[in-house]
Write a protein that binds this ligand. Structure first.
Ligand code: SAH
Ligand code: SF4
Ligand code: F3S
Length: 467
């Protein structure tokens, strides 16, 4: 049994020992599928889960019907995210009837919440294994326990030793990789469930992060996305504190890494050092995701965001002064409890002033256990939907203008893949994270090449390879 924490700790030798153990103990000839909900944190966790499954001998497949094991990596951020999982678990009941050997696992943020976990246990007896966001590394052991006992195996850890850091990841693309730099969140925005599912903020040691990135660079990674819920407070609680900007400088020194991205940064913590990094570090992409949530300072206060509309706009001005061409992205939430038409118009005003290149927009969803859920001033659904549509109209029109401005420019594009919609086209991203479609040879995949932009719409650019 591989229940030995020490095996995973610290050195490559130990992780090799751990993998050797997995390979020796498990050589299953089975198919598995991982279904991922939620944010990049979850996507990266799923890459780790798939890596472990492959080490155990599982073949990863596309179809539920072909699977002997299906793992749902879940998200709690909105009600709809949880409902999707319940819907999928419901339909898997039928598959399990026709395929009794099928094992179903559920992990991720929902399983860290007692209410959701208990609901799954009560309503879906077809679930075999439940684990959380802190103990992915235990999966081989949990699976073997489950095969032996045939009872639902539940293993949740509230606190993390971050042992999952030592796992590899089955990355979709070898040339762009996510790297965790911190976990959890201490901000307790009053609408948000994340501090309850991902726990308190903890930063990884910079040496561990740099070691991982060096390894990735040696294996072909050109673009790194540093992941954390609030990257601007990275490193503050480490024994030898280091700032997020300093970490970026150190990552930029790694040869082979050509692009650095990160998400997500909280406006209250964005430092001048980080702003100047946009001037001084070529490898730092010309793109900043700075979620504002709302334009009304009254609502921002109720959300516990710790900045006003004016504070946010001042920071945006500073960033634009340092880097006038930066592409800006944000998260916006409509219908926070007590939001009035005037508050909403403040959001519209802010959006027009900032001129975002792109955005993620959400309708407020009440999350049990959060402070905002207790409010008796919930906004009616029809008003929320009406405001949401009006907001999208404004955002999309700005987005289209911004994209049209790219026509005629030549952009460096990291070529990602063949386009899903039209196999004749390749797709990639500019430094500004704009999606570009263009005709070209598949040999270009994984390379950074020059593409001239010849057309644009609200959601993407069209280009032609130069040379
Ligand atoms: N840590 C990131 C956000 C992670 S959650 C940050 O602070 O920027 C991603 C987005 O989901 C949030 O920015 C917010 O816009 C949205 N969100 C979070 N909780 C929500 C809720 N209860 N209802 C609707 N949207 C929510
Ligand atoms: Fe949620 Fe706020 Fe933390 Fe982001 S900063 S994860 S919105 S509590
Ligand atoms: Fe969802 Fe958890 Fe991410 S709640 S948004 S998967 S941190």
């Amino acid at each position: 049994m591989i229940n030995n924490l020490d095996l995973l700790k610290d050195s490559n030798e130990n992780i090799n020992e751990y993998i050797k153990n997995i390979v020796e103990n498990y050589s299953v000839d089975k198919n598995a599928k991982v279904i991922t909900h939620g944010c990049q944190m979850n996507e990266h966790d799923s890459e780790k889960i798939e890596w472990l499954l492959e080490k155990m001998g599982y073949n990863l497949v596309e179809e539920n019907e072909d699977s002997d094991l299906i793992i749902l990596n879940t998200c709690s951020i909105r009600h709809s995210a949880e409902d999707k999982v319940y819907g999928q678990l419901g339909s898997l009941k039928h598959l399990k009837k026709s395929k009794p050997g099928l094992k179903i696992g559920v992990c991720g943020c929902m399983m860290q919440r007692d209410e959701s976990r208990e609901y799954v246990l009560e309503k879906f007896e077809n679930v075999d294994i439940i684990f959380g966001t802190n103990n992915i590394w235990k999966l081989p052991e949990l699976l073997s326990k489950n095969y032996a006992s045939n009872k639902t195996t539940v293993d949740i850890e509230e606190n993390s030793d971050n042992l999952d850091d030592y796992l590899g990841a089955n990355r979709l693309y070898s040339y762009k990789s996510y790297v965790n730099i911190m976990y959890g969140c201490n901000n307790f925005c009053t609408y948000c469930i994340v501090p309850f599912t991902r726990g308190r903020e903890r930063s990884r040691e910079p040496e561990d992060i740099l070691k991982e990135i060096k390894f990735l660079a040696e294996n072909g990674t050109k673009e790194i996305t540093l992941l954390g819920q609030n990257v601007n407070s990275y490193g503050k609680s480490l024994e030898s504190p280091i700032s997020f900007a300093e970490l970026i400088y150190r990552v930029s020194e790694i040869s082979g890494i050509e692009r650095i991205r990160f998400m997500t940064s909280h406006p209250k913590d964005i430092s001048d050092d980080l702003i100047y990094a946009y001037r001084d570090i070529d490898k730092l992409c010309n793109f900043l995701h700075l979620p504002v949530q709302a334009g009304s300072s009254r609502v921002l206060k109720l959300m516990n965001r710790k900045y006003t509309k004016e504070d946010y706009l001042r920071k945006i001005d500073k960033i634009k002064n340092v880097n006038p061409d930066i592409a800006l992205c944000t998260d916006l939430m409509i219908g926070f409890p007590s939001e009035t038409e005037e508050d909403f118009l403040e959001t519209i005003d802010l959006v027009k002033r900032v001129q975002y290149d792109t955005s993620f927009t959400f309708i407020y969803s009440m999350r049990e256990g959060t402070l905002a859920a207790k409010s008796n001033e919930q906004v009616p659904d029809d008003i929320k939907h009406n405001r949401f549509e009006r907001l999208l109209d404004v955002l999309y029109s700005i987005q289209l203008t911004k994209n049209l401005n790219f026509i005629g420019k030549t952009c460096k594009v990291l070529v990602e893949d063949v386009s899903k919609n039209n196999k004749e086209y390749l797709t990639g991203r500019t430094d500004e994270f704009k999606l570009v479609n263009f005709k070209g040879n598949v040999d270009n995949i994984g390379k950074i090449i020059d593409v001239k932009i010849v057309d644009a719409n609200t959601f993407s650019l069209k280009g032609e390879i130069i040379g």
